[in-house]
Ligand binder design. Structure first.
Ligand SMILES: NC(=O)C1=CN([C@@H]2O[C@H](COP(=O)(O)OP(=O)(O)OC[C@H]3O[C@@H](n4cnc5c(N)ncnc54)[C@H](O)[C@@H]3O)[C@@H](O)[C@H]2O)C=CC1
Ligand SMILES: N[C@@H](CC=O)C(=O)O
Ligand code: NA
Length: 439
C-alpha cells in the first residue's frame, strides 16, 4: 500500500449533510487517498450536543463541542453547521491559519462571501462552496473554472426544491398550494423557517452567489429583487397551462443594459412563466436545474438534486478532494475574481415579455382604449385573448382579457399596469406575470 501523508480534516456540524460527509470520508478512505495522493484523516466532528441521536453511526471519540480547538491545526475545515455565527468566525479563523475551507452554507456565503474570499486570498487558501447552490449539481465549479474563459450572459435557475415541488404539484395534479406545501414539508424539503423558501429568500441567496461568480462582481443579497410564490393562484396556473406555459420560481442573474446605456447586472427572483418547450419546464418535483447562457459556449443546462443529505455531501466531497489536491500540489488557491465590478441595476431596467390578465367592462371601444394605454407607455401587445368572465345579475357585463406583450422595460410595464388599474373600463387587473426564457 502507498505511504501517503495525512491531511487533517475538521468537520463542523453533523446533521443531514455533515453525517453523510463523515461517513463517506471514512468508508471511502483508501479510494480517496488514491485519488488525492494524501490520506484524509477526520480529526474530529464539532457538534452542539454530543449525545444527539444520528442517522449514521460514527466513532464516538470523534465528537467534540469545542469547534474552535478543532479548527486549530486542521489542513481543511468543512463547515456544515449552517447559520452566520459561529460559522463565520470559525471559517475566518481557519482561513487566517492557512487552512482551506469547504462550506455548504448559502446564507453565510450570500451575506459574507467577499469578506471570506478576501481572507482566503490573503493567505493563498482555497474557499469552496459548491454545495451552497443547487446541492449536488455542479454549478459553482463550471462557472468558476470551466467557463472562466467565456463571457456568461445569463444564468437562470430553479434553485429552490420546495417551491418547485409546490408549483409542480399545483400544475400537474391540481393540488392546492396548502396541500402541496404540507407534502413538501413531510418530504423534508422546506427550511426550518418555510418563509425562507416560499418568500424567495433562499433562492435570492443562491442568486447572489451565482451572479457574483458569473459576472466577477460583488452582488449583495439586498440588491436581489425578490418575490416569492405565495401570491401564485390556481387561476394563474390554469391560464398559464392554457397558453402553453408553466409557472416556475426562477433565480436569474443577467448582464443587462439600462435605458441610459449603463451596462450592469440584474439579479432577481420571482415566479415567472416559461414555455413548456423550455428545458426548465421539464424540471419536476423537488429537483433543481440551472440554465446558463455564455457567448461562446451557447446554452448549457445543469440538472439534479438541489438538496438531501447524501446528495449534498457529494458536492462537499468534490470540494474537499479538490482542496486536498491543492495541498499535495502546493501553491495558492484560485483567488476570487471581482474585477468586473459592474453596477447592479434595478429591476425596472429589466426587459422581458409579460402576461397581463384583467377584467373589463364588456362594451364597445374597450380594446382600443386598452391598446391606447399600452401604446402611451411604449408597451406593445403581442396577443390579446378574450375569455368569458362571470357577470353578476343586475351589473354591467364583464369580459376577461389575457394580454401577452412583446419584450418591454419593467418600469414601463409597471406604469402601464398602474394606468390600467385606474382606467374606467378596467374592473380589476387580476394577474401580472413575467415571461422568461425567450419563448
Ligand atoms: N440539507 C440539505 O439538503 C442542504 C443543506 N445545505 C447547507 O448545509 C449546511 C448544513 O445543513 P444540514 O446538514 O441540513 O443542517 P442540520 O441542521 O441537519 O445540521 C447542523 C449540524 O450543525 C451542528 N451545529 C449547529 N450549530 C452549531 C454550533 N454552534 N456548534 C457546533 N455545532 C453546531 C448541529 O449540532 C448539527 O449537527 C447548512 O448551511 C445548509 O444550508 C445546503 C444544501 C442542501
Ligand atoms: N429549502 C431548500 C433546501 C436546499 O437548499 C430547497 O427547498 O431547495
Ligand atoms: Na451545487
Amino acid at each position: 500500500m502507498n505511504e501517503y501523508r495525512d491531511l487533517r480534516v475538521a468537520l463542523l456540524g453533523c446533521g443531514s449533510v455533515g453525517a453523510q460527509v463523515a461517513r463517506l470520508i471514512l468508508e471511502h478512505a483508501d479510494e480517496l487517498a488514491a485519488r488525492i495522493g494524501a490520506r484524509l484523516t477526520l480529526a474530529g466532528i464539532a457538534v452542539r450536543n454530543i449525545d444527539s441521536k444520528r442517522d449514521v453511526e460514527l466513532p464516538a471519540e470523534l465528537f467534540t463541542t469545542d469547534a474552535e480547538r478543532l479548527v486549530q491545526g486542521a489542513d481543511i475545515v468543512v463547515e456544515l453547521m449552517g447559520g452566520i455565527e459561529p460559522a463565520r468566525t470559525l471559517i475566518l479563523q481557519a482561513l487566517q491559519g492557512g487552512a482551506d475551507v469547504v462550506t455548504a452554507n448559502k446564507a453565510l456565503i450570500a451575506a459574507h462571501g467577499p469578506e471570506l474570499s478576501d481572507a482566503a486570498d490573503q493567505v493563498g487558501a482555497q474557499l469552496s462552496y459548491e454545495a451552497a447552490v443547487a446541492g449536488a449539481i455542479p454549478i459553482i465549479r463550471p462557472l468558476r473554472w470551466s467557463l472562466a474563459g467565456d463571457h456568461v450572459t445569463r444564468v437562470m435557475g430553479i434553485v429552490n426544491g420546495s417551491t418547485n415541488y409546490i408549483l409542480d404539484r399545483m400544475d400537474r395534479f391540481g393540488d392546492s398550494a396548502e396541500d402541496a406545501m404540507r407534502v413538501a414539508s413531510e418530504l423534508g424539503f422546506l427550511e426550518a423557517d418555510p418563509t425562507l423558501d416560499v418568500e424567495g429568500y433562499d433562492a435570492a441567496q443562491k442568486a447572489t452567489i451565482l451572479a457574483s461568480i458569473a459576472f466577477h462582481t460583488d452582488v449583495p443579497v439586498d440588491a436581489v429583487y425578490r418575490e416569492g410564490i405565495t401570491s401564485v393562484t390556481a387561476e394563474q396556473i390554469e391560464a398559464a397551462k392554457h397558453a402553453g406555459y408553466v409557472i416556475k420560481l426562477l433565480a436569474i442573474a443577467e448582464r443587462i443594459t439600462a435605458a441610459d446605456g449603463t451596462d450592469g447586472v440584474s439579479a432577481r427572483v420571482y415566479p415567472a412563466l416559461i414555455s413548456r418547450e423550455h428545458p426548465l419546464a421539464a424540471v419536476h418535483e423537488g429537483k433543481n436545474a440551472v440554465f446558463v447562457e455564455a457567448e461562446a459556449a451557447g446554452e448549457l443546462m445543469f440538472y439534479g438534486a438541489g438538496a438531501g443529505g447524501v446528495e449534498t455531501a457529494s458536492a462537499v466531497l468534490g470540494d474537499l478532494v479538490s482542496a486536498a489536491r491543492r495541498h499535495v500540489a502546493g501553491g495558492p488557491g484560485i483567488p476570487g475574481t471581482q474585477h468586473a465590478d459592474l453596477p447592479i441595476l434595478p429591476v425596472g431596467e429589466v426587459n422581458t415579455a409579460y402576461q397581463v390578465m384583467l377584467e373589463v367592462r364588456d362594451q364597445p371601444g374597450v380594446l382600443a382604449a386598452i391598446a391606447g394605454i399600452l401604446a402611451q407607455h411604449g408597451v406593445s401587445a403581442a396577443s390579446v385573448e378574450q375569455t368569458a368572465a362571470q357577470s353578476t345579475a343586475g351589473e354591467p357585463p364583464r369580459a376577461a382579457l389575457v394580454i401577452g406583450t412583446h419584450t418591454a422595460r419593467e418600469a414601463d410595464l409597471a406604469a402601464t399596469v398602474e394606468a390600467l388599474r385606474s382606467a374606467d373600463m378596467v374592473i380589476e387587473v387580476t394577474s401580472v406575470l413575467r415571461l422568461e426564457g425567450n419563448a
